[in-house]
Ligand binder design. Structure first.
Ligand code: NI
Length: 231
């Protein structure tokens, strides 16, 4: 909590680098659906905590006021950080803020079809452009069924690594938006996986803790190599 207070009260003028105003306005509109007065002047790329930092292994705290200016600034900085890192998702503890807030985006081509997500589906793609991730505040996940699927995952807090992780194929999740409104939707496939991965961060869980076969943990730079030739 101390970390969160320190971060949220930090004056941005002293350490945030400037961004072209037009780009920041576009991003602010994309994330909030409106301009966030007082927020577009300065945004930042935040340092990402790596595995081993205590902030990644502790449960995060609920966001008390999702509509506060401090949360709006945090989200803006997390969007900048996610885009800069070219990631699919980012949780507040990864930027040293122990609060229950995550961002994610589903790249075009990895969204589920309407038939897959059902009538309550809410896949953000293709509307989710590169710089407009979905923001989930105080999210809660409920698995749908027992079917698990395995796929490779990576994490900005474990740079250069990837591993096979089992996740629920279908989930229902609920969250609060930046105006304090509650939402609920169903997801499967990549959408369900990235939400589960990011929400795990809020409970101090990193993907290697979900792995059942550590032999699949690998440096991404080594993936795709052919098997060594026996001699
Ligand atoms: Ni991660």
């Amino acid at each position: 909590m101390e970390t969160a207070r320190q971060y949220l009260s930090h004056p941005c003028e002293s350490r945030f680098r400037q961004r072209p105003a037009a780009r920041l306005v576009r991003r602010s509109e994309a994330v909030y659906g409106r301009l966030a007065a007082g927020h577009i002047e300065c945004m930042a790329i935040l340092k990402i905590a790596r595995m081993g930092h205590p902030v990644l292994s502790s449960p995060a705290l609920p966001v008390d006021d999702p509509a506060s200016a401090a949360i709006a600034r945090l989200i803006g900085d997390m969007v900048d950080t996610l885009v800069d890192a070219n990631g699919a998702g980012l949780a507040a503890p990864q930027v040293h803020v122990p609060l229950r807030l995550v961002l994610f985006r589903v790249p075009p081509g990895r969204e589920s079809s309407p038939e897959e997500t059902g009538e309550n589906g809410c896949d953000p793609a293709p509307a989710s452009a590169l710089e407009s991730p979905t923001v989930l505040i105080n999210p809660e996940i409920e698995p749908i069924g027992t079917h698990m699927v395995e796929n490779m995952e990576a994490c900005l807090s474990l740079p250069g690594l990837a591993g096979m992780v089992q996740r629920h194929d279908r989930i229902r999740y609920r969250w609060t938006d930046t105006e304090g409104r509650s939402h609920e939707c169903e997801a499967r496939g990549f959408h369900a996986r990235v939400v589960q991965h990011e929400c795990d961060h809020l409970d101090g869980i990193l993907y290697p803790m979900r792995m059942t076969d550590l032999s699949t943990l690998a440096f991404t730079s080594e993936l795709g190599r052919s098997q060594p030739v026996e001699d």
